[in-house]
Design a protein around this ligand. Sequence first.
Ligand SMILES: Cc1cc2nc3c(=O)[nH]c(=O)nc-3n(C[C@H](O)[C@H](O)[C@H](O)COP(=O)(O)O)c2cc1C
Length: 176
Amino acid sequence: MEEKIEWILRRRSIRKFLDSPIEEEKIDLLMKAAMAAPSASNRQPWHFIIITDREKLNKLAEIHPYAKMLEEAPLCIVVCGDPEEATSKNSGLTYWVQDCSAAMQNLLLAVSSLDLGGVWLGVHPNESREKEIKEFLKIPHYIRPLGLAAIGYPREEKDPNTHYRGERVHREIFEG
Ligand SMILES: Cc1cc2nc3c(=O)[nH]c(=O)nc-3n(C[C@H](O)[C@H](O)[C@H](O)COP(=O)(O)O)c2cc1C
C-alpha cells in the first residue's frame, strides 16, 4: 500500500535531461495515463500535441520565459482543452481547466513511474503566452493550451516530496 503512495511522493519537477529520445511505447503509455484522468460529466475535452522536433522544442523554449529546459528535453507534450466541449448544458459552466489539469497530473505521475523526468510549464491563464503558442503550433481558435510538459530521461535526482504541512489539514470544519 505505502509503495503505491511512495511513487506519488517521488514525482518531482525535473528540469535537466539526457540527450536520449523517448521510446514510442512510452509515449503511448503517457497518453493512456493522461486520458485516464477524471473529467466533469466525463466529457474528456482534451487534446495533446506531441513534439519531438528539435527546432520546435527550441522555439518553444524561446516563446515561454521559464522553459529553457526545452532546449535539452527530447519531448514536449502540450495539453490542450476544448472549453465548448467541456461546457455543461445545464449550468453553462466549463470545467476544461480542471479536466486538463487532471490529465496533466496523470501524465506527470506516469512520467515519473516510467523512470522519466518532467515538469509542468504553465501556459493558461497567461493570455499572451497562450496566443503565441497557439499561433506557433497552429492550434485552432476554439482550443486552449493549458500547459506544456517537458519530458526526458533525467539528468538530475531529487529527494521525494516533503511538501506535507499538517496545519493545512482541517477536520470536520475549517476553523476551531
Ligand atoms: C500550473 C503550474 C505551472 C508551472 N510552471 C512552471 C514553469 O513555467 N517553469 C518551471 O520550471 N516550472 C513550473 N512549474 C513547476 C513548479 O515550479 C513545481 O511544481 C514546484 O516548484 C514544486 O516542485 P515539485 O514539482 O518538484 O514538487 C509549474 C507548476 C504548475 C502546477
